[in-house]
Write a new protein. Structure first.
Length: 541
């Protein structure tokens, strides 16, 4: 029987907060908010610098070389699947080990937890040393085979191969540092790895901007990426040692039995990631093979813009995963369900708010951002928005379900990826770039976008009817009201410049989003705390 979910209270207690909120050492809620804020900061830095880098690349690189750089960058991103699912599996096992000392994120680790974590870290380090080497060799070989099939004009094949080899090296360095990231996340230090990555990532992007403005090509851009990966590895190791010196003081040992236990789960996690990679990163290959690399930039820029909404929408879910594991380990299901509901509300509000702005201002935004002639068109934007909204919901639900140890989405994800490639190849010949986008829409609708809510919600004991009535319907009504308001303002400002209309729409949507968060996302205790702090600030001023 699905239990009724009460009005949200603090996730660590069933008691309402006192009239005067007391300072507490990083509860689950606070750590999730910190993790989300860190993710926003990291992603915000990446987005801002990426938005600066993109027009710089558009203006400094020839169109063919730009298309090749975007293709290589996304090809390298696919290498994430070469961890064979051990990243998410190791993080979850570390979280379960920490959960044996209790779900309180501030609980002192018992000897059993500390010993198990030390052994898991030692096991993970050996696994990832091997994986880093395998990833480099496999990606290098597959990349060389694929790049030989591309018709090149002004760019030499040797230049493309050199850039690809350097990018493969940079991702191998990232693999090498993965166990320490898993450690920080698994024991509850969510967000710190994102902050470290944001600074090293910002350094990399700034370097790439300087390289592009100085006339450097794709090889120089790849070298900057490799140096950034090395700096990130050094930084994350140093931070992990400072944050958990007690765990590094223990000498863990390789556990063959644990490796065998994690193997099947990691395999299913790998299939899930492989399916996601086929969905997210194969469009560029289809376009490059059938339409030419010059068609990639406009399509890719539009997808990046919409996908960034999804990244923001799922930040709370991403930060909640390890705490879901802690709660599941201790049998505390009600707080876990409240986490899921809150994350779903935030996800839908974010996606629909961004969609409302893009539906009215996409052409203006792209013309101002990338220059005239680079807007992909509203049909493709609509396809992206539809897919990404459902993808955000699926990610939030699957992240919660998988955090309980349920790796149930491997085959649905893999089938989705294969169907996407097949449909994209077929539809691109009939409808061009819109056909590629529609291939993704159809592939996900018949697989993950119905199966993930069906399986995931049942796993955590959350009603699908409640999902519709408490999340989707309120968020949709808010979206309709916001769209009506933006339509009225756009008509009122019809004679104004594009900048004015875009700024007004963005500010309006931001204010409406803040109101929606207050009403639909924050619970009464959270509102009290915010009001108390605001009153304190006002009193001081």
């Amino acid at each position: 029987m699905i239990q009724k979910i009460p009005v949200w209270k603090d996730l660590n207690t069933d008691q309402e907060p006192r009239t005067r909120p007391q300072a507490a050492p990083m509860s689950i809620t606070k750590r999730i908010f910190f993790g989300a804020a860190a993710s926003w900061f990291s992603r915000g830095v990446t987005i801002v610098l990426g938005l600066v880098l993109m027009p710089v690349l558009f203006r400094t690189l020839p169109k063919e070389e730009l298309g090749l750089w975007l293709l290589l960058g996304q090809s390298a991103a696919i290498l994430g699947v070469l961890d064979f699912g051990f990243g998410v599996t190791l993080t979850r096992r570390l979280a379960f080990a920490k959960g044996k000392s209790g779900s309180d994120p501030n609980a002192i680790l018992h000897d059993e937890s500390r010993s198990e974590i030390a052994d898991l870290l030692a096991t993970g380090l050996r696994i990832y040393r091997i994986l880093a080497f395998v990833a480099f060799l496999v990606s290098l070989g597959l990349g060389f085979l694929y790049l030989r099939s591309i018709d090149l004009g002004s760019v030499s094949l040797a230049t493309v191969w050199t850039a690809w080899a350097i990018l493969c090296l940079s991702y191998a360095l990232t693999f090498w540092a993965a166990p320490w990231t898993c450690l920080l996340q698994g024991v509850g230090h969510v967000g710190w790895d994102a902050i470290v990555a944001s600074f090293t990532g910002a350094l990399t992007l700034i370097t790439q901007i300087v390289v592009a403005l100085s006339g450097g090509g794709i090889v120089a851009l790849a070298i900057a990426a490799a140096i950034g990966a090395l700096v990130q590895r050094i930084a994350i190791l140093g931070f992990a040692k400072r944050k958990q010196p007690d765990l590094f003081a223990l000498k863990g040992r390789w556990r063959t039995d644990w490796f065998r236990e994690m193997g099947p789960l990691a395999g299913r996690a790998w299939l899930t990631a492989l399916g996601a990679a086929l969905i997210l990163y194969t469009d560029q290959f289809v376009i490059a093979s059938l339409k030419g690399s010059a068609e990639i930039p406009a399509y890719r820029a539009a997808w990046i813009l919409v996908h960034n909404l999804t990244v923001v929408a799922v930040t709370f879910a991403g930060a909640s995963g390890v705490f879901v594991s802690h709660l599941w380990q201790t049998g505390e299901h009600a707080p876990m369900q409240r986490l899921l509901e809150r994350n779903l509300r935030f996800g839908w509000l974010t996606m629909l708010g961004g969609a409302a702005v893009l539906l009215f201002q996409s052409d203006t935004l792209f013309n101002l951002w990338l220059g005239p002639g680079n807007f992909i068109g509203y049909p493709v934007i609509l396809a992206f928005l539809f897919t990404e909204a459902l993808e955000a919901q699926a990610y939030i639900i699957s992240t919660t379900s998988r955090a309980t140890g349920d790796e149930a989405f491997a085959w649905s994800s893999l089938v989705a990826g294969v169907v996407n490639v097949i449909l994209s190849v077929f539809l691109v010949q009939k409808w061009g770039l819109l056909g590629v986008a529609l291939g993704t829409v159809i592939a996900l609708l018949v697989t993950n976008h119905w199966y993930v809510p069906f399986r995931g919600l049942r796993r955590v004991g959350y009603s699908r009817r409640r999902l519709v009535s408490h999340t989707i319907v309120p968020a949709s009504l808010w979206f309709l009201l916001l769209s009506g308001l933006l339509f009225f303002l756009d008509s009122l400002l019809a004679e104004s410049t594009g900048w004015v209309r875009l700024v007004v729409a963005t500010i309006t949507a931001a204010l409406a989003f803040a109101v929606a968060l207050w009403v639909l996302f924050l619970d009464e205790p959270m509102r009290r705390r915010i009001l108390f702090r605001v009153r304190g600030i006002v009193a001081v001023v």
